[in-house]
Design a protein around this ligand. Sequence first.
Ligand SMILES: Cc1cc2nc3c(=O)[nH]c(=O)nc-3n(C[C@H](O)[C@H](O)[C@H](O)COP(=O)(O)O)c2cc1C
Length: 207
Amino acid sequence: MEPNPLIVRRWSPRAFDGTAEVAPATMRVLLEAARWAASHGNTQPARFLLGYRGDDTFARILAALRPKNRTWAARASVLLVGAVAESDERGPMPNTEYGLGLAVQNLVLQAVDMGLVTHQVGGFSPDAVREAFGLPDHVRSVVVIAVGVLGDVAQLPEDLQARERRPRERKPLTETVFTGQWGQPAFPDDGPRPRRGGNDEGADGPR
Ligand SMILES: Cc1cc2nc3c(=O)[nH]c(=O)nc-3n(C[C@H](O)[C@H](O)[C@H](O)COP(=O)(O)O)c2cc1C
């Protein structure tokens, strides 16, 4: 029994095809998928900035990334900033990052369904984004999302090529799903599997 193939097929490559373009009509579908995400009290906190490779918005989002992320993200077809509106006319809104996360996951899975790849990036400067785009005080950028077409791994610097080929691994359910009391696995037969060995150290940002 496997999860839905859409979920299994999603991953975060760094090898983007630097010649591929993603049409605005496609991005509209992806952002429509994001729009229909659940949110606390239907407060809909998710906001996005959208840039296509070659335009000024893309260049400014790219410039806000950490240098290491910039090396591969420059070849994405689209860069999005995912942000949260933290308050509305009724005051502060709860669970805003949760709401953005749900919206982004919708977007990402929609992209997989359309044959695209995505890579979410926390390693960027929110201050640079605020300054470059004039974010209002109640809006905070949380993530950058690269969208595009899978490219040739050989185009990446060697250290990133090695990462790209590393098997994707997850903690077993025995470590994450409990019943009865905390620490008692709900699925005790889900034996330990190797963990991913410190894959993204440094790149994703502080923990
Ligand atoms: C919020 C968030 C921030 C991330 N930040 C970065 C980043 O700055 N640089 C990077 O290369 N990958 C980043 N990633 C990608 C993760 O490293 C990746 O999702 C994780 O290793 C699991 O791999 P998978 O997406 O292929 O399943 C980020 C992912 C998320 C969800």
